[in-house]
Design a protein around this ligand. Structure first.
Ligand code: GLY
Ligand code: MN
Ligand code: MN
Length: 428
C-alpha cells in the first residue's frame, strides 16, 4: 500500500459509535464510490467515498458495508462485501484485497464477495424496519445525482418500498468532524508532505518559467513522499490570476515583478492537507505587494489563536471581516464613508475579500461540518484570509490548517510565512 493504513481498531470504534446512534431494528448500508469512466476501458483515478473509508478503511471499488446490529445471527451483524476479482481482471488491473486482508484492515469479521450481496441483502431487509443510507449533504452545493450511492439508494427503495429510509449523514457527519488521535496523525503527515512540497516549489520559482513547471515541482515532492495525489486541483496563479479564486489552468509564463499564489495540498492515507502561500516571483516583494501581504499576514496570525473550543466558523468570519475593513482602509482601498454607506447584504470589504476564512478539513479537503457548528477539541479547520486587488493585479492568500485546542495547533508551523522568511527562501 502507498500509505500506512489507520488501525482496524479505529474503524471498529467508528462503527460502534454509529450503531449507538441508530434506531432499533435498523440496517446501515453503504456502497463504494463510482468508478468514473474516462474512455474505452480506462477510468479516472478511483477515490473511495469518505463515509465507507471512515467506517471500514476499505479503499477499493465495488464494496458494500452492511451493519445490522439487531440481527439474530451474530455473523450477519457486520458484513463487508468485496470484489471477487477474476484472474483475467487481475492481469489487467492487478492485486485486489483478499477476504483475510479486508478483515484485517477493517476489523469486520464477516467478509463475503459481492456476488452474495443480493441474497444476503434479502435476508437483512426482512429483519429490519429502518434503513440508513448515505447521500452527500452540503447545504451550499448540489451535485447532479450520478453516483453509485445514488443509484443504489434508488434501486433499493424501488425493490423494498415498504421500509422506512433514513439519512446517515446527520449521524455520521458530526462523528467525522471530530478527529481521533490517529486521524490527526494522518492529517499531520499530509501537512508535512505539503510543507515539503512548498519548500521545493519555492526554490524552483523564477521569471520566465511556466506555472505548470511549479505545479510539477509540487506534484513531484508530494508523490515521492507517499502522497496518493493532490487533495484538490492545485492553484498556481501568477500576476492578475492571483485574484481568480479557483484558477487551475496553471498554463501561463511567470513574469518578473509578479506575485505567484500557490494553493495546494497533499492527500495522504485519504486525509487532506490544504495550504496557500503567495510569493514574489523575483524573490523580493515590491513595496505595494509587501503592504498588502503584511495586511493579510497580520490577520492570519491574529486568527489562528481563535480556533478554540466554543468558536464557530461564523465567529471566525465576524472577526476577520471586521479586521478586513480596518486593513483595507489602511491600504487605501476603502474609506470610512464606503463602510458607513455600504449595502449590509453586500458589505464593502467583499470587493477585496469575497470568500470565507475557514472550512473543516479531514478525509475531504472541504470536509463535512457546517458554519454554525461549535468547535470542539480535535476538530481541524483551514485558516485562509486573503486580499484580492484586481485593479492592481495583486492577490494574496495565506492558508494553513489548524487543530482546535485551548492553544490551537498549526499543522504547518515550518512553512515559511514571514516576508523575510519567504524572501530568504527564494534567494538563488
Ligand atoms: N483550495 C481549496 C481551499 O483552499 O479551500
Ligand atoms: Mn487551499
Ligand atoms: Mn482551504
Amino acid at each position: 500500500m502507498r500509505y500506512q493504513p489507520l488501525s482496524a481498531q479505529f474503524y471498529i470504534e467508528n462503527r460502534k459509535n454509529l450503531v449507538g446512534e441508530i434506531a432499533e431494528d435498523s440496517l446501515v448500508l453503504l456502497t463504494s464510490n463510482t468508478e468514473f469512466p474516462r474512455c474505452g476501458d480506462t477510468t479516472l483515478p478511483f477515490r473511495q467515498n469518505s463515509e465507507l473509508l471512515y467506517l471500514s478503511g476499505i479503499d477499493q471499488e465495488e464494496t458494500y458495508l452492511a451493519l445490522a446490529p439487531w440481527h439474530s445471527n451474530p455473523d450477519y451483524r457486520e458484513i463487508l462485501f468485496i470484489k471477487n476479482p477474476s484472474p483475467e481482471k487481475i492481469i489487467w488491473f492487478g492485486h485486489r484485497l483478499s477476504k483475510q486482508q479486508a478483515k484485517e484492515l477493517s476489523g469486520v469479521r464477516t467478509v463475503m464477495f459481492t456476488e452474495q450481496f443480493p441474497d444476503i441483502l434479502q435476508d437483512l431487509m426482512c429483519h429490519v424496519q429502518h434503513v440508513y443510507l448515505h447521500l452527500p449533504e452540503n447545504p451550499r452545493l448540489r451535485w447532479e445525482p450520478i453516483t453509485r450511492e445514488y443509484r443504489f439508494a434508488k434501486q433499493l427503495m424501488e425493490e423494498y418500498p415498504l421500509h422506512d429510509y433514513r439519512r446517515l449523514a446527520p449521524l455520521l457527519y458530526p462523528m467525522r468532524c471530530q478527529k481521533s488521535a490517529e486521524e490527526l496523525q494522518a492529517l499531520k503527515h499530509a501537512c508535512d508532505i505539503t510543507t515539503k512540497a512548498f519548500l521545493r516549489a519555492a526554490k524552483a520559482i523564477e521569471p520566465g518559467k511556466y506555472e505548470y513547471e511549479i505545479e510539477a515541482e509540487l506534484t513531484y515532492e508530494m508523490i515521492r513522499n507517499g502522497a496518493t495525489t493532490h487533495s484538490f486541483a492545485p492553484i498556481v496563479a501568477a500576476g492578475p490570476d492571483t485574484c481568480i479564486l479557483h484558477y487551475i489552468k496553471n498554463d501561463k509564463q511567470i513574469r518578473d515583478g509578479d506575485l505567484l499564489l500557490m494553493d495546494f495540498g497533499a492527500e495522504y492515507a485519504n486525509y487532506a492537507g490544504d495550504a496557500t502561500r503567495t510569493v514574489p516571483v523575483n524573490g523580493k516583494f515590491s513595496p505595494r505587494q509587501k503592504e498588502i501581504y503584511s495586511s493579510v499576514l497580520a490577520i492570519y496570525k491574529e486568527t489562528i489563536p481563535l480556533f478554540r473550543p466554543g468558536m464557530t466558523i461564523h465567529k471566525i468570519n465576524d472577526f476577520v471581516f471586521r479586521r478586513m475593513e480596518e486593513e483595507l482602509q489602511k491600504l487605501g482601498l476603502l474609506t470610512a464613508a464606503d463602510i458607513q454607506q455600504q449595502d449590509p447584504a453586500w458589505p464593502a470589504f467583499k470587493k477585496y475579500y469575497m470568500h470565507n476564512t475557514s472550512h473543516f478539513i479531514g478525509l475531504d479537503v472541504h470536509d463535512v461540518g457546517e458554519r454554525d457548528w461549535t468547535f470542539q477539541p480535535g476538530m481541524v479547520l483551514s485558516c485562509e484570509p486573503g486580499i484580492y486587488v484586481a485593479e492592481e493585479g495583486i492577490g494574496v492568500r495565506i492558508e494553513t490548517d489548524v487543530v482546535v485546542a485551548d492553544t490551537p495547533i498549526n499543522l504547518m508551523p515550518d512553512m515559511p510565512v514571514e516576508v523575510e522568511e519567504i524572501e530568504a527562501l527564494m534567494v538563488k
